[in-house]
Design a protein around this ligand. Structure first.
Ligand SMILES: Cc1cc2nc3c(=O)[nH]c(=O)nc-3n(C[C@H](O)[C@H](O)[C@H](O)COP(=O)(O)OP(=O)(O)OC[C@H]3O[C@@H](n4cnc5c(N)ncnc54)[C@H](O)[C@@H]3O)c2cc1C
Length: 252
């Protein structure tokens, strides 16, 4: 539960590459769990470890790395998926805390998590863009609207969440755990780890396609049945395209 966190906070101090390999192995037999573990490690633990103050690391990481708490990370919204700069969830300063209003969806373990890292706007930058900050929000401030039914990964609680004047603590500095930072982490590390499982499923599709190429009997339908929404991640997409292309080639 604390693969990427330093040992002083109860973690294992592993590299993200090692963590990605662990998730990939887990994904071979239990894809939903692999996704939950990946989100907890790369997106919740990893973000606090990267952007949190020393005090926040002391306060939150040991409970996350020990597994006492589950962590989730909420960026995606109904109107902001790939276009992450367009998020509408807002946070306003209220004395010693922040108040958050908005919605998130597709949040892995969102409804069951003890702590959610919520990405919200905190104003405008000098260039007129959304200033984006990250917040630590505890479970009692999160309304779990519903579980979103996915084609696969059904044992994972993919959730829709709502925040109404929800109390939160800013993670690190205002605007500093913002979009460019979050995405640089997501691109280089989180995505690698999360996509370990997606790659595994993509490889399954590839295996089906390869089976067809070597004389197997089931072809397009089997290949297509492996294509689920989670293949939309960049890392998965390339392999899916290859697999899909191979299946099509075999079908004709
Ligand atoms: C199982 C699952 C778990 C998830 N867990 C989390 C989580 O824990 N936390 C979190 O914050 N989010 C999570 N997500 C959300 C995920 O990050 C988003 O689904 C992803 O960012 C894409 O957003 P979207 O679904 O709104 O698709 P869209 O952004 O609407 O994209 C739809 C399609 O259009 C394409 N597209 C979009 N924009 C362009 C463009 N400009 N040019 C060309 N093509 C484009 C995309 O590649 C995609 O194929 C999860 C999603 C899934 C399916």
């Amino acid at each position: 539960m604390g693969m990427v966190a330093p040992k002083e906070y109860g973690g294992r101090g592993l590299s993200y590459v090692t963590a990605a390999l662990a998730v990939k192995e887990l994904g071979k037999t239990y894809a939903s769990l692999a996704m939950d573990i990946a989100a907890h490690n790369a997106l919740a633990v990893g973000q606090i470890n990267m952007f949190g103050t020393d005090e926040q690391k002391q306060k939150y990481l040991p409970r996350l790395t020990s597994g006492e708490w589950i962590g989730a990370w909420g960026l995606t919204e109904p109107n902001a998926g790939s276009d992450t700069g367009g998020i509408e969830t807002k946070a306003e300063a209220h004395g010693d805390h922040w108040q958050v209003n908005g919605m998130k969806h597709f949040i892995t373990t969102g409804r069951v998590a003890d702590l959610v890292i919520v990405i919200a706007t905190t104003g405008r930058t000098e260039t007129g863009k959304n200033e984006i900050s990250a917040f630590i929000m505890m479970k009692d401030q999160v309304e779990g609207v519903r579980k979103i039914h996915t084609y696969g990964m059904r044992a994972s609680e993919t959730s829709e969440l709502r925040f109404t004047n929800s109390k939160a603590e800013i993670l690190g500095e205002r605007g500093k755990a913002g979009l460019h930072k979050v995405l640089s982490r997501w691109d280089s590390r989180g995505a690698d780890e999360v996509s370990g499982d997606h790659k595994r499923r993509s490889l399954d599709v590839w295996d089906v396609a390869r089976g067809v190429a070597t004389g197997g009997t089931c072809f397009l339908h089997s290949a297509l049945s492996g294509l689920t929404s989670q293949h939309r991640t960049r890392a998965g997409r390339c392999q899916v395209r290859q697999s899909f292309a191979a299946a099509l080639v075999c079908a004709v």
